[in-house]
Write a protein that binds this ligand. Structure first.
Ligand code: ADP
Ligand code: ZN
Length: 630
């Protein structure tokens, strides 16, 4: 269906326009139904509408899509969008069609007929946006199609795919510069949520965007709450985290396929709707599970990191990591999949000694060159630093991305429940003396056995019951000692020697502490504090009174019905945010409805009456037995 472009939009007509600067905001209002731009969106859009090149760095959920969609609608011709994943394209196209935007895709999943239709629309100038998979870019028939078309702009989504530095390198992305060279004068906009310097540099160089203006948004995601806990009993910790989030969509990340399968089965056995997703599953199953996650409400996807890139589901309410993520970048990207709609979302990361040792040994034993290993170790240390911090997590995270934040955030576990620290000198000395007196040849488990005075084969075999350190640590539990050792490693007092089965060795800093020349303090681990206690309850998150909540539920049911009949995810019809606003404002006419965020012209035309009817039904005085008695 064709959209009617707002009168002042676009066409470089000879008639001077009243105020060209208001064009994008009119598109924002009438088509997208949004009342204002976020952050740098307006500056970016105006720059591109005026024909400038741009590199846009914005966190996941920051609102990158509008930055090229609106200029493509405002400028004459079609906007070409290069996008790496078919699922992502499909999602964008569904959303845009619901808004009445004229959009098509070209990728390998299309039938001949669909492709022909897209071609015809392009030739006739009837497209605002065309999403293309990178491998199509330099195909002769595609180029032929473009030659006859008028091009508004070229957008390069997930532009970090051009860089070999990250994990998402796509060689086809290197051809984008050639494409651009064929269409000189067409503005280009490259967008990514990956912010490190090397990647930025690669984007500029490889896409030949030397004159592009760079827009760097804050990477803060204020609606996401961060929480990190020591991993003690992951299954129980997860259950307690999930307890208050029934009926919400979320992702649970695990490191291995096996743990994905086990965790998904465990949740199912507890009556929780969960599906597994990892590269070892049959492609059909994988895509079925992904589809269910996108379309159904309240489903949990348990996944390896194979899942996620290009998943644009806006209403993911939580992301839990049962194992340490690969790096802070990965952690930030994975948690960033929560709360794209701007509503409150929570995260939970469980990390334990085993993870740490495993990850260290993976790095040590890899065949990578020493330089890469050094980077990997530094990345792991940065991640652990955030895990072990006793101050604001968000400050620590943003600092890692080069953003200084003056105040603690008030929306992370350490801000909400300040961490106690304790003077750990004596404990540290006992722990390290156990290591020292056994020749620095043993791992954590055995050293804790010595401290606790345990009677094991290994203790007897090595005659460790004769050591002066034997049994000197009975004041603490095994768990507390685990925490002490973990923090000694993270704080650089002990190092793990993987060539000798994880033996713990004293570092120079450890030496200083052992001799009492330097102090050390530890975070108190709240093993008893449940995960749920550190994160908000559902009712606190979606801020609705009881009455409004009932209407909200009715609106959600209507949305589910509308979505199901069109085989679309619910959020493509309305975001939760829109339904919350409707439930609060209770509009009684289409005019009133138009003031709700997310209600653009096309949405009102299609679904306005459904919404009004739901509200009317809700407000109707409830007389179930009327007329029956007499
Ligand atoms: P990104 O691609 O940066 O991850 P999206 O473009 O998918 O983010 O946008 C994330 C969410 O924010 C979407 O649900 C979108 O509708 C919403 N959004 C974007 N810009 C605005 C705005 N100016 N006002 C309200 N919502 C917005
Ligand atoms: Zn904080």
């Amino acid at each position: 269906m064709a959209i009617v472009k707002p009168a002042s939009c676009g066409d470089r007509s000879p008639v001077p326009e009243a105020d060209p600067s208001d064009q994008p905001s009119r598109v924002l209002k009438t088509i997208f139904g949004l009342s204002g731009f976020r952050g740098e969106q307006q500056a970016i859009i105006e720059h591109v509408v005026a024909g400038g090149d741009a590199i846009v760095l914005m966190p996941t959920g920051g609102g990158k899509s509008l930055c090229y969609q609106i200029p493509a609608i405002c400028r004459d011709g079609v906007g070409i969008v290069v996008s790496p994943l078919i699922a992502l394209m499909r999602n964008q196209v569904d959303i845009l069609r619901q808004l009445g935007v004229r959009v098509a895709t070209l990728n390998s999943s299309l039938t001949g007929g669909e492709r022909q239709k897209a071609k015809t629309a392009l030739r006739d100038g009837k497209l605002d946006l065309l999403y293309v998979a990178p491998e199509r870019l330099m195909m002769p028939d595609f180029l032929e199609m473009l030659d006859g078309a008028r091009i508004a702009l070229i957008a390069i989504d997930e532009a970090h795919c051009v860089s070999q530095w990250g994990h998402d390198f796509r060689p086809e992305y290197l051809q984008i510069a050639d494409l651009a060279a064929r269409f000189p004068g067409v503005p280009r906009i490259a967008l990514t949520a990956t912010a490190d310097r090397q990647t930025r540099e690669d984007i500029r160089r490889r896409l030949k965007l030397d004159n592009a203006r760079r827009f760097l948004a804050s990477f803060d995601r204020p609606n996401i709450r961060y929480a990190v806990m020591p991993k003690t009993e992951p299954r129980r910790q997860l259950m307690s985290f999930l307890k208050t989030r029934q009926g919400e969509s979320g992702i649970v990340y695990c490191l291995s396929r096996k743990s994905v399968d086990e965790s998904a089965a465990g949740l199912q056995a507890s009556g929780i709707r969960a599906l597994a997703y990892h590269a070892g599953l049959d492609a059909g199953i994988r895509s079925r599970h992904q589809d269910a996650f996108l379309k159904e409400e309240g489903l949990i996807l348990v996944a390896t990191i194979a899942f996620g890139m290009g998943i644009d589901k806006p209403d993911v309410r939580f992301v839990a990591h049962l194992d340490l993520p690969g790096s802070l970048e990965a952690y930030y990207q994975e948690t960033g999949r929560a709360g794209r709609d701007g509503l409150p979302a929570e995260t939970l990361l469980l990390y334990g000694m085993q993870d740490l040792v495993l990850r260290r040994s993976m790095i040590d034993q890899s065949q990578a060159p020493p330089e890469i290993k050094r980077i990997e170790r530094a990345k792991l240390d940065a991640l652990l630093g955030v895990c072990e911090t006793s101050s604001c997590r968000r400050q620590a995270l943003l600092a890692h991305f080069g953003e200084a934040r003056a105040e603690p955030c008030g929306n992370c576990d350490t801000c909400l429940a300040p961490v106690e620290t304790w003077d750990g000198l004596i404990a540290a000395q006992k722990a390290m003396s156990a290591a020292r007196r056994t020749g620095e040849r043993f791992g954590v488990g055995h050293l804790i056995d010595i401290l606790l005075g345990a009677n094991t084969d290994k203790i007897r075999r090595f005659r460790h019951e004769r050591l002066p350190t034997f049994g000197v640590g009975k004041e603490f539990s095994r768990q507390v000692w685990g925490s002490v050792f973990r923090q000694l490693i993270v704080q650089g007092a002990l190092s793990v020697d993987h060539d000798h089965f994880g033996a713990l060795k004293l570092t120079p800093r450890g030496e200083q502490i052992l001799r009492g020349r330097e102090g050390i303090s530890f975070r108190r681990d709240h093993a008893t504090r449940t995960a749920a206690a550190t994160v908000a309850k559902t009712s606190e998150r979606i801020d609705l009174g009881k009455n409004d909540a009932q209407l909200f539920a009715m609106l959600k049911a209507e949305r589910a019905y509308l979505a199901k009949t069109q085989n679309l995810p619910g959020y493509v019809i309305f975001h939760d945010e829109t339904l919350v606003a409707i439930a609060k404002a209770r509009p009684h006419s289409l005019v009133e409805l138009a003031t709700i965020p997310g209600m653009g012209t096309t949405k009102i035309e299609r679904y306005g009456m459904n919404v009004i009817d739901v509200i009317a039904a809700f407000e109707q005085p409830d007389h179930p037995d009327d007329g029956m008695d007499d």
